[in-house]
Design a protein around this ligand. Structure first.
Ligand code: RIB
Ligand code: CA
Length: 308
């Protein structure tokens, strides 16, 4: 079966970086687009270029939105450091972005190809702008497989996950646009897929520039989670959105109507899934509720070790 065609929209970010390596092994990545999120746009773009250069990936990187639609830009240095990719010494980056028009890239790529999946793993600003500027692409895509939201506790607030919270208005546009499929890998799912010392050791044992670099990314990422939660296990949030396209057989999904709270004082950015028995709200989302973590982790480690 042909590899799924995707546009990967990201805000690298440690888990975004691993998801790029995974996606490049299992998908035809037509483009990588970057957005302000874990770090400011200049850094998330640099980090995407860094990963493509390090892994010798011939994928164009297009920079996108440097701020959310309406709320103030917010970043996540606690989780990802000041550069967005703290941990390993930063290699020199010689590549440049293909354009500063991620939205135009999404629109033209979808118009030029059938069955493209949009795989956003950062704030949904670029995707929302593309849907607003070119509503025709909504029915052309195969679907949206996003990392974001949660059915249950958030991370940036008790009720909201960072990607959705960082641009709730964009998220509401994407969830309610009417795309053929919206698959949501929320925190309730991604917290089931954690890397730890075992995975870092496997990468180091394998050797190679990319596995060693990712092992150092894991060390930084794990140290942050150990500091904050007391547990040396770190969720591979963004790779879940890739696997939901490439290996949906590893998941269980439930069809739900999901909308996004854009204004709540305590609930801004909450993904509100209608779980009422017998609700008449028609589902607009396949909410991932379970993942078979062991084969998923093997796929991640195997993908990273497939690079030099
Ligand atoms: O809440 C987790 C999400 O926020 C992940 O996509 C991570 O990379 C950050 O962007
Ligand atoms: Ca991300």
């Amino acid at each position: 079966m042909a590899a799924p065609k995707i546009i990967f929209d990201c805000d690298p970010g440690h888990d975004d970086a691993v998801a790029i390596l995974l996606a490049a092994q299992h998908c035809e990545v037509l483009a990588i687009t970057t957005v302000s999120g874990n770090a400011p746009l200049a850094l998330t773009t640099q980090n995407a270029l860094l990963m493509c250069e390090l892994a010798e990936l011939d994928i164009p990187v297009h920079a996108g939105a440097d701020r959310p639609l309406l709320v103030r830009a917010a970043h996540a240095p606690r989780a990802h450091g000041a550069t967005g990719l703290d941990g390993p010494p930063r290699p020199e980056v010689h590549r440049s972005e293909a354009s500063n028009d991620a939205v135009g890239c999404i629109i033209e790529t979808v118009r030029g190809h059938d069955d493209v999946w949009l795989v956003p793993v950062g704030p949904l600003t670029n995707v929302a702008l593309a849907f607003r500027q070119a509503p025709d692409i909504v029915e052309r895509i195969a679907g949206v497989s996003l990392m974001g939201g949660a059915v249950g506790p958030g991370n940036v607030t008790p009720t909201a996950e960072f990607n959705i919270w960082a641009d709730p208005h964009a998220a509401q546009i994407v969830f309610t646009a009417g795309a053929p499929v919206v698959r949501m890998a929320g925190l309730n799912l991604t917290r089931q897929l954690c890397v730890g010392a075992t995975e870092s050791a496997a990468l180091r044992a394998h050797g190679g520039t990319v596995p060693a670099f990712v092992a150092e990314l894991f060390d930084f990422y794990l140290a942050g989670y150990r500091r904050r939660t007391g547990v040396a296990a770190a969720p591979m949030h963004d790779p879940c959105a890739v696997l939901a396209v490439t290996r949906p057989d590893l998941f269980a999904f439930t069809a739900r109507h999901v909308d996004v709270e854009t204004d709540g004082t305590l609930t801004r950015g909450m993904t509100v899934a209608d779980e009422r028995p017998g609700t008449d709200a028609s589902p607009n989302c396949e909410v991932a509720v379970r993942i078979d973590a062991s084969p998923a982790l093997e796929l991640i480690v195997e993908a990273v070790c497939s690079y030099r």
